[in-house]
Design a protein around this ligand. Structure first.
Ligand SMILES: *Cc1c(COP(=O)(O)O)cnc(C)c1O
Length: 485
């Protein structure tokens, strides 16, 4: 191709493609092999970045090297490393290289995984990977599901199915129940589906931040007496705040008796079922009607990789199937292999490929061990924090998450609140390690989520020493500059 015709076709020569590809792979290998030596958060001039990235729409192109360079400097360097072994904030997103390559392949071959006849291999791999997950969670053979972008969409999609199957679409007076620890994705999902705020009752969690079955029983009796229609219980299999797991087995008993849909938000915690401790904590998970999970959290996939599983896979098509004229000739393969019938996307990425590939390349045993490492690391973090003597453990390690507060020598609560609250900002300024904060019963707490299997004991020690030092510094500054308000 001549230069001008190849430009018009937005094409590159073979040599250029190789050069671009090799450069990109080199960047990624340097990153994956070298991130532990870098800080978690880079020092940045945020105002300058904001100014630079308001560039005008380019008329003419620029050399790809320059665009790549700009990406490295302005995007990579400004991104907190969420897969870094000393990143303990929110939910760390520790991916793995084979899945990164699988995502590259899915994009490179532009696999259209929506219509079976357009790619039967891809459709079957998605069905197979969903079925492996079904087996992992102990769901019956009738179960099935679909890959989606993440936990928010998995929860939203599950609730759309619950609305369709349980309520036949009639939302009048319907009520769903959850604890006050539920992820905001659930409230947002309910709102998007057209439920009024009062149609999601958030019940006060128990002393271990779990949904209380007694409170649930009372609320439902009260609502039924008032003519409302309870239809769904939404439980957590590991809350983002504390890793608390709602009493799934008891809830399943209760829902069976009451004729309620049981949805579990397992976006973070569900994969822990692959470990002994996790399986104990998650007993009852096999009894859910629907389960949302995020393979980009504790199954080590690159963003985005959510999965929705349903006890009866036909429920998806009952909720989402539409048959447009121009796809009528594509109906073969059955509903469950035509993923456009299984959710709200038509054109969709082949997200199952990365998870399928990591199951194959690592095997389930290695993945289970990687999950178990999170439990061990959180226990070690708890022990190290106790040893420092200036931390109060608020919720002990569970599902690889723990929460804690600074405890000043004089026991002053207001001081403890301020130091604990301000610590996150100090960690961001320092950059060596990162943990985030949250609030429990209106008190600020720090939390660490330890699900990255590449975090070493030394990473934990150094992160905790840093927090202890920064908190002590903060205590002195806070004492020297009393609040004016
Ligand atoms: C992360 C998370 C979500 C939301 O998932 P996204 O993939 O971020 O959309 C929902 N629930 C829980 C418990 C989570 O940890």
């Amino acid at each position: 191709m001549s230069e001008s015709s190849s430009r018009q076709a937005l094409a590159f020569s073979r040599d250029e493609m190789r050069e671009i590809g090799y450069r990109v792979i080199d960047m990624l290998v340097d990153y994956h092999d070298g991130r532990a030596e870098k800080p978690v958060v880079e020092a940045l001039d945020l105002e300058m970045l904001e100014a630079i990235l308001r560039e005008p729409l380019p008329r003419a192109g620029m050399p790809w090297r320059e665009a790549l360079y700009q990406f490295e400097r302005q995007v990579v360097d400004s991104s907190n490393r969420v897969d870094h072994p000393r990143f303990f904030a929110y939910i760390p997103l520790a991916n793995n290289f084979i899945s990164v390559m699988a995502d590259t392949l899915a994009a490179g071959y532009n696999i259209f995984n929506a219509v079976w006849r357009q790619g039967p291999g891809a459709a079957q791999i998605e069905r197979l990977t969903v079925d492996w997950l079904r087996q992992i969670f102990g769901l019956p053979q009738s179960a099935g599901g679909t890959f989606v972008s993440g936990g928010s969409v998995a929860n939203l999609t599950a609730l759309a199915v619950a609305r369709e199957i349980q309520l036949q679409g009639d939302m009048g007076a319907a009520v769903a129940y959850c604890s006050d620890q539920i992820h905001f994705a659930v409230s947002r999902g309910m709102r998007l589906l057209g439920f009024a705020p009062a149609q999601l009752r958030k019940l006060a969690s128990d002393d271990r931040f779990r949904l209380s079955v007694a409170a649930l029983r009372r609320a439902i009796a009260e609502d039924r007496a008032a003519g409302k229609r309870p239809f769904c219980v939404i439980a957590s299999a590991g809350t983002t705040n504390t890793g608390a797991v709602d009493p799934l087995d008891e809830l399943a008993d209760f829902c069976a008796v009451e004729g309620l849909w049981l949805h579990v938000d397992g976006a973070y915690g569900a994969p822990a079922v692959l470990t002994e401790q996790g399986a104990r904590a998650l007993k009852g998970l096999e009894r859910v009607d629907s389960l949302a999970l995020d393979a980009h959290k504790w199954l080590f996939q690159p963003i985005e990789c959510g999965v929705l599983l349903l006890r009866d896979r036909r429920w998806l098509a009952r909720t989402f199937k539409e048959t447009p004229e121009y796809l009528k000739d594509m109906r073969s393969g059955g509903e469950e292999l035509n993923f456009m019938y299984q959710g709200i996307q038509l054109t969709r990425q082949f997200r199952a490929l990365k998870l399928w590939m990591s199951f194959k390349v690592f095997g389930l045993d290695a993945i289970s061990e990687a999950i178990a490492a999170g439990f061990e690391n959180a226990k070690l973090a708890e022990r190290l924090l106790r040893e420092e003597g200036c931390w109060e453990i608020v919720t002990p390690a569970q599902m690889a998450i723990l929460t804690f507060r600074y405890r000043p020598a004089n026991g002053d609560e207001a001081l403890a609140n301020r130091v604990t609250h301000d610590l996150v900002g100090r960690l961001l300024d320092d950059g060596f390690a990162f943990a985030s904060g949250t609030q429990l019963r209106s008190r600020p707490v720090m939390r660490m989520c330890c699900n990255n299997p590449r975090a070493t004991p030394e990473d934990l020690e150094r992160a905790i020493q840093l927090m202890t030092r920064l908190a002590a510094d903060l205590e002195t500054t806070v004492v020297e500059t009393p609040r004016s308000d």
